[in-house]
Design a binder for this molecule. Sequence first.
Ligand code: ARG
Ligand code: GLU
Length: 685
Amino acid sequence: MIKRLFLCALACITFATATADEGMWLPNNIKSRIKEMRKMGFKLKADDIYSDDKASLKDAVVQFGGGCTGEFISPDGLLITNHHCGYSSIQKLSSVEHDYLTDGFWAMSRSEELPVPGLTVTLLVKMEDVTARIAAGENEATIIEEAKKKHNADKASIEPIYYGNQKVLYVYRTFRDVRLVGAPPSSIGKFGGDTDNWVWPRHTGDFSIFRVYADADNEPAEYSENNVPYHPARHFKVSTKGVEEGDFTMIYGFPGNTQEYVTADAVEYVAEVSNPMKIALRTIRLDIISEAQSKDVATRIAYAAKHANIANAWKKWQGESLGLGKLGTVEKKKEYEKAFAAWAADKPQYANLLDSMHAAYKEVIPHYFARELFNESILGMEFFNFAYWFHIYDAAGHKLTADKQAEARKTYLNDYRKEIDHAISRRMLSEYIARMPKENVPAPLVAAIKEHGTPEAFVDYMFANTRILTEYPLTREKYIADPMVQFAGWFADALAHNRKYAYRNLSNVPAIEKWYRTYMQALREWDKERAFYPDANFTLRVAYGTVTGYENADGEYHTHLTTLDGIIAKDNPEIYDYDIPQSLRDIYKNKDYGRWAIGKNGKQSVPVCFLASNHTTGGNSGSPVLNGKGELVGINFDRTWRSTMSDIEFDPTICRNISVDIRYVLFVVDRIGGAGYLLEEMGIK
Ligand code: ARG
Ligand code: GLU
């Protein structure tokens, strides 16, 4: 008994109560948090955040392009998100003559706004807890179809919450006429690049501006010249008042993926098995790419987006593993589970639960790891997907015409450098062989490596003899016999096997996930003090916290606000990530800040980014950061490096989200872009 109490004292202190700042809450159920939010400085009511009956803040928030968040900032459909969220759209619209990525873009009138083919924004029309309806026997597909009809919506789904203990219906409308209005030059929008990514102090003007168009009835429509700006039911008022340490902040957006309730087995896998493997393999790829980039400007540009993509998760995983280690999450979870098991021992429905989960992990982990290793090593070879395209379409009986080959080349060999891929492939195949259990390696590959001596020698052979990278179009005879196409074909079975384990996280593989529904139920019965919030799953959520710095290391406090002074301190025309536009240098030199000046250490500067304690994750990029009155004070775009473990355990003392201060956005629009008319549209006088 004493032992049990002791265990609980240890474990329950850590997980028992969600701290004020922790959690990503369902907007339609925010009533349960509103008292605490108001205590922290929120001035509005629950139905101002979400309402089925009247316009509410939720009508001003959209999912932007599938993976980000955006928000309306004018009655005429003006929409703001991050620069990194608009990046691929801006790139698509750019050419050598009009390089909007480098130079920025500002429409000086509505007729100059640029339609972005394929870009969509999705607005949540309604959400509803349908758990009881489903339990009463209603059919999910019928519920979805009825909701779509009733709300004149093109998209609806029922999402499991708390591993399916709750089912929530989401109804959406998709807007397909979205136009680029403004973007700063990358030297502002991407300032600091991968060097500063996941890091504070930060100085990135990470925003871009779009406009949503609708038909004459304000309904979503395909692009048409006749479309008119969409009038949202609600837009955010932009506040120029700024933020102070201790101010209430709220984030309203679409966070993608967290796993706060997983057991020690899952955390151990992430921190000690999966992340280290992925980090090691990506380090190799990034080193090879960076070296090639440093030698040639064209290569630097060609591989910029690829490098950024590989590096973003690579850096996050390092912070995450480090953070989980520092927090001792695995040990804490083990203690927590011990205490739980003691409680569950005399309850037949729960007594064997942890054992079953443990067994399921043991069974699934080797398969899940094999898939992750395959993805990082074999799929790290750029040629692979192109070679596999020949194999799989030919095997399915398709005729690979010259046109189709041309299209595939464009898709798979985009900005391709054979020397880089060759160097990477040598290392990736050798890592794959060294790390993959023998029984998973395709037999023909084993034979080929034996014949050539080493994995590297076999890769050299492939690169010396392939035609798919250099000849076009290829006859069937040639591509069938091509060494790269054959190599890709050897993995067909492995790919089919991997597909069975292709879930967001290890714990979402059905053989494991099925236990979590019961586990969540049991936790809620047992751990009555703990405030449970559902894991992120790309549905709309509210997070709240305060503007605040943090102690980064002993004696090293990071304050909540950065300014233009920090940009100037980093400015260096020799370093690509820190080379700012001359116009910004001039403004600084003349201290010509006008209305955007704030006092700092007895001098004047311009605010740039700020920190807050909101619980956020990937997908929250572009989310509105709101003050107590529900006004826009910033745009969320990142977390600090030491916060990256918050997808698994949130530590309120150091977890911070990073936002670009809306005053910096307005300063850039006005003074760098010369697009002051947009400020008027936002109602700023
Ligand atoms: N770390 C942020 C996120 O996870 C920003 C990524 C874009 N910026 C970059 N330098 N790669 O998406
Ligand atoms: N940059 C991330 C995104 O694109 C948000 C940062 C995070 O993971 O918190 O959604």
